[in-house]
Design a protein around this ligand. Structure first.
Ligand code: ADP
Ligand code: XUL
Length: 524
């Protein structure tokens, strides 16, 4: 039976999902993750990244390659799978991060030795040893320079889908080119994390997919092509260093001889990889308007699909369906929840108990900015408590999680005018008590999916879509996602009417506090 592999390389882990599809049979037959800190300690990451000075956050691209290698070994050796039936592979990755390859990279990729591990063979291909990732907020200066060159933040947003943002690839490239001109001169290709990993599978330069290309401040959002004026405002001779942009569903290569020989895998089609958020759109089954996804991963994000860009207060990306997706991203997601939970020495069961004990926190609020924040712009990290101190365990826990959910619900208005239903995904979506807070705060049903890594599932579904497209059998997105993303009644969390009105009021207070305390100089 045909198999499709989807891989997601997120901030903290790499996950692979294999689906089996034939006729009415639609099943997930493989779902495994590798955690960077735990499974690859030799790279010294914390939460998958390395924190530097001055808001710099990077990760080793060799570690991602190592994880890809180990995961393909697991897929190939799985007793559950007949890998000869593997038809197509796609993937997704944390957005905005960039990988810098030197002119020798092409030749190295073409001549990989299948009897040796992948990562050590790549040691000579990088013109920059570490990759800046989405948590990096060190490019405020470059953002202002790009903004000035292109006629203002609104103009950049209209052209590329977002105002210049610190974590976006364009400002990151500008900083690298200015601070390390020799290394930039030695850079033949700047890849996104997604297109870098796709290149490793195909042993040739992979294209950039429009959904992930939208997170660069470099792509003309409507035309889905590089904007020459944005490239000119970013770094010298950038056009020659970027891969082409190709449609999401267009197969661009086959699994290379390295993987075929190393793991006895077939010559499966390789489909462009996208960003984790556009991939999650498919993996949560959002192919229509009025449904929002809330992803509780390392970052928390809320996004929805629209046929026209929502504009203004959200990022606008292209969706794999050809529509647009509007997204708001919060840096203080799971890491903040995890840190506060650990500081008070609690396990998740105890956190759940405290959340259920006093919904609404007796009216006490907390602004959850443990780290610098992008939504709203907060350059000075630190929790802001109102009416209680740091020794009050219960109020801190509730204040943090309720504050996060209120922020998400308030800012969700920017991604979709009306929200009839929310789909929760990401690591923390397994926590029913958190989803109950979400349902009460949003005032609508929250559905959890069986596969909480919707980005990897979305990648497998995109691989299936592209495979069908290549055989000239047009297929609707509704058919693609059906059987994998349908809401299950047992996974639905409904709002408690008793609490909905209370949270509606608290949300107004929260919004007021947020406005009062946010930074004046907007960053994103
Ligand atoms: P990413 O894809 O961004 O790497 P994930 O979506 O895999 O991250 O989410 C990982 C996070 O999920 C962890 O940081 C952890 O805090 C959170 N998580 C895992 N289990 C629970 C739980 N039971 N309750 C709340 N959060 C959880
Ligand atoms: C979105 C964003 C994050 C990353 C990591 O703009 O920066 O969601 O994609 O998941």
């Amino acid at each position: 039976m045909p198999l499709y592999l989807g891989i997601d390389c997120s901030t903290q882990s790499l996950t692979a999902v294999v689906i089996e599809i034939e006729g009415d049979t639609r099943r997930v037959v493989f779902n495994q993750s590798l955690n960077f800190d735990r499974d690859f300690p030799e790279y010294g990451t914390k939460g998958g990244v390395i924190y530097g000075a001055d808001d710099e956050v990077q990760a080793p691209p060799a570690m991602w390659a190592d994880a890809l290698d180990r995961m393909l070994a697991r897929v190939a050796q799985s007793a559950e799978l007949d890998v000869d039936d593997l038809r197509a592979i796609s993937g997704s990755a944390q957005q905005h991060g960039s990988v810098y390859l030197n002119p020798r990279a092409q030749e190295v990729l073409r001549t990989l030795n299948p009897s040796r591990k992948l990562a050590p063979q790549l040691s000579t291909i990088f013109s920059r040893a570490q990759s800046p990732v989405w948590l990096d907020a060190s490019t405020a200066k470059q953002c202002r320079e790009i903004e000035t060159a292109l006629g203002g933040a609104d103009r950049v947003a209209a052209l590329t889908g977002s105002p210049p943002c610190e974590r976006f690839t364009g400002p990151q490239i500008r900083k690298f080119a200015a601070e390390h001109p020799n290394a930039y001169a030695d850079t033949a290709r700047v890849h996104l994390v997604s297109s870098y990993l796709a290149s490793l599978l195909a042993e040739r330069d992979a294209p950039i997919e429009p959904g992930d290309g939208s997170g660069m401040n470099l792509m003309d959002l409507r035309e889905e092509r590089w904007s020459q004026e944005a490239l000119d405002a970013t770094a010298p001779d950038l056009a020659a260093r970027l891969p082409p942009i190709r449609p999401s569903g267009e197969i661009f290569g086959t699994l290379s001889p390295y993987w075929q020989k190393r793991y006895s895998l077939p010559a499966a089609a390789i489909v462009p990889w996208t960003g984790d958020n556009p991939s999650s759109l498919i993996g949560t089954g959002i192919i229509d308007e009025r449904v929002a996804a809330v992803s509780l991963g390392t970052s928390d994000t809320v996004f929805a699909l629209t046929t026209e860009p929502a504009g203004q207060s959200s990022h606008v990306f292209r969706a794999p369906t050809g529509d647009f997706m509007n997204l708001v991203c919060f840096r203080n997601g799971s890491l903040a929840r995890e840190r506060v939970r650990m500081e008070y020495g609690l396990d998740w069961d105890r956190v759940a108990m405290l959340l259920e004990k006093a919904p609404g926190n007796d009216g006490w609020l907390l602004l959850p900015w443990l780290e610098i924040e992008s939504t709203p712009p907060i350059a000075h990290a630190g929790l802001r408590r109102f009416g209680f101190d740091r020794f009050d365990v219960e109020r801190n826990i509730r204040g943090l999680i309720e504050g996060q959910m209120m922020a998400i619900a308030n800012h969700a208005a920017a991604v979709s005018g009306t929200i009839d239903r929310v789909i929760a995904t990401g690591g923390a979506s397994v926590n029913r008590a958190i989803l109950q807070v979400m349902a009460n705060v949003f005032g609508v049903d929250v559905d959890r999916l069986d596969v909480e890594n919707s980005a990897a599932l979305g990648a497998a579904l995109r691989a299936y879509y592209a495979d069908r497209l290549a055989t000239d059998e047009a297929i609707s997105w509704k058919t693609v996602v059906s059987g994998f993303t349908d809401p299950q009644s047992g996974n639905r969390v409904s709002p408690n009417p008793k609490h909905v009105a209370m949270y509606a009021e608290l949300r107004r207070d929260y919004a007021m506090l947020e406005t009062l305390h946010q930074d004046r100089a907007p960053i994103c």
